[in-house]
Write a protein that binds this ligand. Structure first.
Ligand SMILES: Cc1cc2nc3c(=O)[nH]c(=O)nc-3n(C[C@H](O)[C@H](O)[C@H](O)COP(=O)(O)O)c2cc1C
Length: 141
């Protein structure tokens, strides 16, 4: 499938995770484009069969800053027939752990996409999760 991975990352954690997601999807045989959300717009999603969105969580459960305009502009696009997966970094010391992941999952579902894997939330240090997140992406059909 043609797949796109779009990430928003302030300190680089979700960006690094997005690289592993990309490699996992490539292992699964997909043709993958990786973009920082700053270089993407929601219309880009129309050209892909599989959509992977990744955002860290900031400021009491909010999307990563760069992701906010992209998220707002998603309203009104039709993602029926598309598959999607979601991932993101956070820290469970905060009240709203990784809620940006939930926000993106809900939006993708509202727009008609089918969520094809349990969303991947990373708590704190990402090192141990990097091989696991690659494995997670590598089984997405
Ligand atoms: C000021 C501040 C607020 C944060 N708020 C949250 C939060 O509400 N929920 C959460 O799960 N993580 C929160 N975090 C943790 C970050 O999401 C975490 O450090 C993450 O790895 C950053 O990923 P990034 O480098 O991809 O942006 C916060 C961190 C800081 C410094």
């Amino acid at each position: 499938m043609k797949a796109i991975v779009i990430f928003g990352s302030t300190t680089g954690n979700t960006e690094e995770v997005a690289n592993y997601v990309t490699n996992g999807l490539k292992d699964a045989g997909h043709e993958v484009t990786l973009k920082n959300v700053l270089d993407a717009n929601p219309e880009d999603l129309m050209g892909y069969d599989l959509i992977a969105l990744g955002s860290s969580t900031w400021n009491d459960g909010e999307l990563q800053d760069d992701f906010i305009p992209f998220y707002e502009n998603m309203t009104g696009i039709d993602l029926k027939g598309k598959k999607a997966i979601i991932f993101g970094c956070g820290e469970s010391i905060y009240d709203h752990f990784c809620t940006a992941v939930d926000t993106l999952e809900k939006k993708l579902q509202e727009l008609g996409a089918e969520i094809v894997a349990k969303s991947y939330k990373i708590d704190g240090d990402i090192a141990d999760d990097l091989p696991k997140v690659k494995e997670w992406a590598s089984v997405v059909k």
